[in-house]
Design a protein. Sequence first.
Length: 66
Amino acid sequence: MHRPLHAAGYYLNPVMHYCPTFKADFEVKEGMYECLKRMVGNRDETIKIDAQLEEFKSKVGMFGSE
């Protein structure tokens, strides 16, 4: 993951994210949040997105549907 956008793509790809061997190490998380900061910029919106990322990670709600 040499670019923030690559890290975000890796993190948000359900095929990779829900694979048992998925690892969101520091480099991936840092890239994900750097990409988020560039795209959103607004702190309140970033907080909302961060909460949604937790739902995505935990497969809660619509994120758990096929």
